[in-house]
Design a protein around this ligand. Sequence first.
Ligand code: F3S
Length: 375
Amino acid sequence: MMHLTRDEEDILGGEKGAVKQKAMEILVALGDIYNAERLIPIESAQIAGVSYKTIGEAGLEYLTDLNGKVVVPTMLNPMGMDRYKWRQMGIDETFVERQLAIIRRYELLGIDAQCTCTPYYINAPRPEAHLSWAESSAVSYANSVLGARTNREGGPSALAAALVGKTPNYGYHRDENRVPDISVRIHFPLTGSDFGALGHVVGKIVKSKVPQFSFVAPPNANELKALGAAMAASGSVALFFANERAKTRETLELDRSDVDIYSSSEPDVVVLGCPHCSRLELADIARLLEGRAVSRPLWICTSRFVADRSSSVISRIEARGAHVICDTCMIVSPAFEKRSMMVNSGKALEYGPSLCNSHTFMGTTPNCIKAACSA
Ligand code: F3S
């Protein structure tokens, strides 16, 4: 049983209202299941379960019954549409009305309705900070690239932690679980979206283990983002190390042919930005589009925060006929369902078939741009 402080006991006893009481019940239940000895304060929370496509009427009703306030900075995962360009995306008005009702409910809880899977571009957590984040790619990035500490939360447990400002001290919050248990050795050079392809392959093999990698050359932050997102989707990796740091019992050696999962079919649509593009990734896309014209729908997903700071790059991209959208993505929006979709992301490759009923295949970023410009 977890030890609770006097204040925590009061919340559990209902003295701070029914919503916080319910939140505390969720945290205590989790803590008891995972043998946490106490709750620890968190620096921020990030909530998944935002798109009307994924949570539907039941989710909206659940949120309508909540009336507390979060006590730590909290952001949201992508929703089902760009809040301004939804007509361009072909989203119908009923969906828009229900989606905006969900966002309003979250805002009433005191949540910052930035809808992105890259909250760390807006407010990067401090190294060693404890977090309750739900988006699996953001969890991986926070743990593995930023050195913060979060478990892979579900929507309700992240929201409960945001309302209480604490989380049970178990899993990746604790030193003893932040150690590698399999070494993955890569003896050939990789670049850009190759890291998403590698992550897709490695996630399926290592499942929920903690891999440590050795690479020919150190990956950059965008490449680590792609690697972590894909491993979190095809497996359930929440922490990895980009360098070998300890002896492990298991070793995996991969050849280039093992990670060649690219395909060159003809897509209906090309969608980039999973996870949401950084400013550098947008600049890279703008450069690849230079001197070309888009002849097949090309959509690029990013956060509104990054878009607001990349207006000249976005003008260059859109001048070529592509669309940059914010607040949403190819997987949680209904706009890309039942189409043949080309992506440069190992995560979108994993979820496109199951969550969009779409024939999804992967290419490198340059090949995606080429496909969008060659219809
Ligand atoms: Fe982000 Fe959507 Fe991919 S939430 S990580 S762009 S599936």
